[in-house]
Design a protein around this ligand. Structure first.
Ligand code: ADP
Ligand code: MG
Ligand code: MG
Length: 250
């Protein structure tokens, strides 16, 4: 599904990613961990096609197609979802109405008509039920002083509605409390299928107690320096990152 080959990327002429190789197949969950500043969020942004980043070398293939030249919207239409890519605060727009617009914009880009209102309503109901989101929440304004957990709920709802092929969740800087953590984890687990894949970026092993990854990768200085099974996350929790840095420098 996703194939990243020797990816080098920079921000404002500063090299951040220095040769990333990563292969993600349908049905897989990959966790990306690593110390602060190692390039995790940069990797997420580069995959999603954010414009601040320059790809200098290497390529990103989505289902065999090189997506290097595609903008963020086109990548989203091909099924890449990055958490927090969509605004979480728009005054006067409800969670539901924002979602309707997002869905219909996506359809328009694919040359499709708006989703019929009854179909949209059915989908909203089904996804909300699956994620145990109550009706009241759906009519709240996107600027309505959402708590951390509610922001997460909104984000996971967006993910559920857009049905991405590849979801990238960057949780590093969000300071997830235990409720928010469960919302994210339950959402991801319920939305997981053999046809989609998830990349979870996290600082904390805790999240991976709830979302069990198939692979854990450690990013350090813009390179994946270690990959392993889920137990690697526990090892990192217990031992920190220094031993990995030492291994790299040895
Ligand atoms: P992580 O998510 O692993 O903490 P980041 O990808 O956020 O790491 O950052 C990696 C490095 O790139 C850091 O040194 C950071 O300061 C730098 N960086 C990231 N984004 C920008 C930006 N927009 N402008 C300048 N430097 C950036
Ligand atoms: Mg950071
Ligand atoms: Mg980050």
């Amino acid at each position: 599904m996703l194939e990243i080959k020797n990816l080098h990327a920079s921000v404002e002429d500063k090299a951040i990613l220095r040769g990333i190789n990563l292969s993600v197949k349908p049905g897989e969950v990959h966790a990306i961990m690593g110390p602060n500043g190692s390039g995790k969020s940069t990797l997420a942004s580069v995959i999603a096609g954010k414009e601040d980043y320059d790809v200098e070398e290497g390529e990103i293939l989505l289902n065999g197609e090189n997506i290097d030249e595609l903008g963020p919207d086109e990548r989203a239409h091909r099924g890449i979802f990055l958490s927090f890519q969509y605004p979480v605060e728009i005054p006067g727009v409800s969670v539901t109405n924002f979602m309707k617009t997002a869905i219909n914009e996506t359809r328009k880009a694919k040359g499709l008509d708006d989703m019929p209102a009854n179909e949209m309503l059915k989908m909203i109901r089904e996804k909300a039920e699956l994620l145990e989101i109550d009706r009241k929440f759906l009519s709240r304004s996107l600027n309505d002083g959402f708590s951390g957990g509610e922001k997460k709920r909104n984000e996971i709802f967006q993910m559920a509605m857009l049905e991405p092929k590849l979801a990238i969740l960057d949780e590093t800087d969000s300071g997830l409390d235990i409720d928010a953590l469960r919302i994210v984890a339950n959402g991801v687990n319920k939305l997981k299928s053999k046809d989609n894949a998830v990349i979870v970026i996290t600082h904390y092993q805790r999240l991976l107690d709830y979302i069990i990854p198939d692979y854990v990768h450690v990013l350090h200085n813009g390179r994946i320096v270690k990959s392993g099974p889920k137990e690697l996350a526990h090892e990192l929790e217990a031992k920190g990152y220094d031993w990995i840095k030492e291994e790299v420098n040895a």
